[in-house]
Write a protein that binds this ligand. Sequence first.
Ligand code: FE2
Length: 204
Amino acid sequence: MAGFTAKLPSYKSLKGISERMLAEHLKLYNGYVNKSNEIADKLASGTVDLSKSAATYSEFRALKLEQTFNGNGMYLHQYYFENLTDSQPEVPKEVKEEIEKSFGTFEKWKDEFVATGMAGRGWAVLGLNLEDGKLYNLLYDAHNIGGLVTLVPLLVLDVFEHAYFIDYGTNRKDYINAYLNLIDWKVVAKRLEKAKKMHKVWTE
Ligand SMILES: [Fe+2]
């Protein structure tokens, strides 16, 4: 068995995210972890015929596609659950300054982040681009469709219907507004500190 293990959140619910909705969400997350292990095992097994690899259809193509679908499904959920809390920490100065450098003002960033969440079919991600060191709000229409390969995720918002439908119906905007009050800015600050170091090393 390959070595991916589920990293479950410490909370069972949050203000605006019910226990039932989170439990259903975690079932999906566990599925991505299990499938990531299954795919890694299959690729390592030596039973897949690489000589039949083709872009029309092949077992190898299916495995490679689902490797990124389930892999990103796993990691994006981990980052999403990890960057939520009920404790409502203030936005740390270093995060605010970095956001202002890339977006002008914190409000402008927030408006674009919310709009990205409304425009995407899967995820909105605030991240640091390893190439230019700037922050971007990027959209993913599926776990493996969207984003930049050089983006280090700092703040992840799940906008798949399973992330809000049980509590909010079709009212995605209300879910995103509730989410904004649940952001764990301390986690974002830690990720930003690491990403800035990574950018430095990447562009050496
Ligand atoms: Fe999700």
